[in-house]
Design a protein around this ligand. Structure first.
Ligand SMILES: [Ca+2]
Length: 251
């Protein structure tokens, strides 16, 4: 699958058709939406009712497209981000207790299966890549939520499943961190201290699922996230040519 070629086709189509016509092309769309890269297409005017629609085994969502506690600050001062910018936690740290500064995302999944989760985040406080670098994540209504590195699979604490990772985990939440000395926005999501495991969630049936995030480290900034099946590579899922998932409205 060459995303760039598909994106070019739709960009070219966009030059000759008004947006009202674009829905006619939906059956031909695999991953790229007709609105073109960088757009979150929606007629939904209430962010609390946003539903993000998986397409072709991919969800690509602007992190700021949710309802946030006032200590999550929306900023648009970094050219490396998209949409309206990014959210950064400027409240108290919550290193041991998930659930503070909670935000949720409704994800409409049509292709059941296991999806890898990765977000694009940055460190906006201090000069260490190992501090102010994480936020809590939970999928409480999915069939499975786990982290994997090779043969090693771990589950969140209090999920009823073992083993659990080293480092912070509680009440079904993983601490999701980025690492490395570069503090700028990059696509990376891991859990398990000093033994980075990738993050996965399994949706065993089509339906609408809830993704939850909550504050952990102050100064951790998040721009976007992706969920993608093993039919898609990380490079393709996070390519700049991929459009954001179509947003519909909850009834
Ligand atoms: Ca963003």
């Amino acid at each position: 699958m060459k995303f760039k070629n598909i994106a070019f086709v739709f960009l070219a189509m966009g030059l000759f058709s008004c947006t009202n016509d674009s829905s006619d092309n939906e059956e031909d769309i695999d991953i790229i939406s007709p609105e073109g890269p960088g757009e979150s297409a929606t007629n939904c005017t209430d962010v609390a009712k946003y539903v993000f629609n998986e397409n072709g085994g991919l969800l690509r969502v602007e992190f700021e497209d949710a309802v946030f506690d006032s200590d999550w600050k929306l900023k648009n001062d970094d050219a490396a981000t998209s949409g309206e910018g990014y959210m950064v936690w400027e409240g108290d740290q919550s290193l041991g207790t998930p659930g503070m500064g909670l935000a949720t995302y409704a994800l409409q999944v049509t292709v059941p299966g296991t999806y890898r989760f990765v977000w694009k985040s940055a460190v906006k406080t201090g000069d260490s890549g190992s501090d102010h670098n994480d936020t809590w994540l939970r999928f409480n209504d999915a069939s499975d939520f786990f982290a994997q590195k090779g043969e090693s699979i771990v589950y969140p604490a209090d999920s009823g499943k073992t083993p659990n990772p080293e480092g912070a985990t509680k009440d079904g939440w993983f601490k999701i961190y980025r690492s490395g000395s570069n503090l700028d926005f990059k696509w990376q999501s891991s859990t398990f201290d000093n033994n980075a495991h990738d993050i996965f969630v399994t949706f065993s049936a089509a339906g609408t699922y809830t993704m939850e995030i909550s504050a952990r480290s102050s100064g951790h900034a998040i721009d976007e996230f992706v969920l993608f099946t093993d039919a898609i590579s990380l490079a393709d899922a996070t390519s700049d040519t991929v459009s954001k998932s179509t947003i519909t409205c909850k009834n």
